[in-house]
Design a protein around this ligand. Structure first.
Ligand code: ZN
Length: 274
C-alpha cells in the first residue's frame, strides 16, 4: 500500500517491529539483531514498493515477476569468457530493451503490416498475426542454438530435431519432432523449447492464469503431455524448456543445468519412475 506521499508502507508482518518510544529500537534489539536483518528489511521494502507500483499496472507486475524470477537474470551475470556466453552490443541492447518493455528499435516504421503500431505495445511483433511467424521462429531457433552450443561445450552429444521412431503403431508420434536430444555418459534427455510472451493478448485473457510463471509451467505441462509417449518409446526422459521473452524459466528448464558438464548433468534431475 502506498502512502499519500508516494512512499510504500512496509507490511508489518514481514519484519521485526520496533517498540514505540525513543528507546524502542534498542529495546527491540536488546538481545542483538537477528541474522540477515538488513536483508529482511530490504526485502520487505522491495515487496512493498513492488506492490505499490504494480497496484494499478498489471503489465508492469507481470514483467517484474518474470524478470525477477529465478534464473531470469543469468544472461546479465554470466561471465563472458566463452563465445557461447557472449552477446554482441546490438543483441545486448535489444535484450535490455525487451527487458524494459521497449520496442526493439527506435526507428520502426509508423505502422505495422496489420495497420497497428509496431511499437505500442512494445511486444507487438511477438503476437502480430501478420508478421509474428518469422520473429517467433527466430527466437525459438536462437534458444535451440544456444542450448545446443552450451550442451556441446559441456561435453554432451546433441541431436537437433530428433526424428520420431518408425513404430507404425505410434501414429500420434509421427508428427512429433522434439527440438533436441542430449546424450551424456549416464543419461539422455529430450527437450523441446516453448517461449511465451506474458503480455500477449492471448496471455491476458480473463480465463488465463494471472501469473506469468504459472503460464510457463502450463506450457511445460502441455509439452510433457505431448511428448510423453515419444520419450517412453525412446526410453529416455523429457525436460521441456519453457521460458518467456523476459527470461523466466520453468522448473524443468532450470533442471536442465548444463553448467556442471557431463559428469554432473543434469544436477538435480531424477529419472522418472515406472
Ligand atoms: Zn502488426
Amino acid at each position: 500500500m502506498a502512502r499519500s506521499n508516494g512512499v510504500a508502507k512496509l507490511d508489518k508482518t514481514e519484519y521485526p517491529r520496533t517498540m514505540r518510544g525513543d528507546a524502542g529500537f534498542w529495546l527491540t534489539f536488546r538481545d542483538g539483531a537477528p541474522q540477515h536483518l538488513q536483508r529482511i528489511y530490504t526485502a520487505a521494502h522491495e515487496r512493498s514498493v513492488f506492490g505499490a507500483l504494480c497496484l494499478k499496472d498489471k503489465t508492469l507486475r507481470t514483467r517484474v515477476v518474470s524478470t525477477s524470477s529465478r534464473g531470469a537474470d543469468r544472461w546479465l551475470t554470466a561471465y563472458p569468457a566463452h563465445p557461447t556466453h557472449q552477446l554482441t552490443d546490438a543483441y545486448y541492447g535489444m535484450a535490455v530493451r525487451a527487458r524494459l518493455d521497449l520496442p526493439p528499435a527506435d526507428d520502426l516504421p509508423p505502422s505495422c503490416k496489420c495497420g497497428e503500431s509496431p511499437s505500442s505495445p512494445a511486444g507487438h511483433v511477438h503476437w502480430c498475426r501478420k508478421v509474428r511467424q518469422r520473429p517467433t521462429i527466430m527466437r525459438h531457433n536462437v534458444i535451440i542454438s544456444a542450448l545446443n552450443n552450451v550442451a556441446r561445450a559441456a561435453g554432451l552429444t546433441t541431436h537437433v530435431e530428433v526424428t520420431q521412431p518408425s513404430d507404425p503403431g505410434a501414429r500420434e508420434a509421427e508428427r512429433l519432432r522434439p527440438d533436441i536430444r542430449l546424450d551424456g555418459a549416464l543419461r539422455s534427455i529430450l527437450t523441446d523449447v516453448t517461449i511465451s510472451h506474458p503480455l500477449a493478448p492471448s496471455a491476458l485473457q480473463p480465463n488465463t492464469e494471472d501469473d506469468s510463471i504459472a503460464n510457463i509451467e502450463r506450457s511445460a505441462r502441455n509439452k510433457s503431455h505431448k511428448y510423453a509417449e515419444l520419450a517412453d518409446s525412446f526410453g529416455i526422459d523429457l525436460l521441456p524448456f519453457a521460458t518467456d521473452v523476459y527470461g523466466a524459466l520453468g522448473k524443468q528448464a532450470l533442471e536442465l543445468d548444463l553448467c556442471g558438464g557431463d559428469r554432473e548433468w543434469p544436477r538435480h534431475h531424477q529419472r522418472r519412475e515406472g
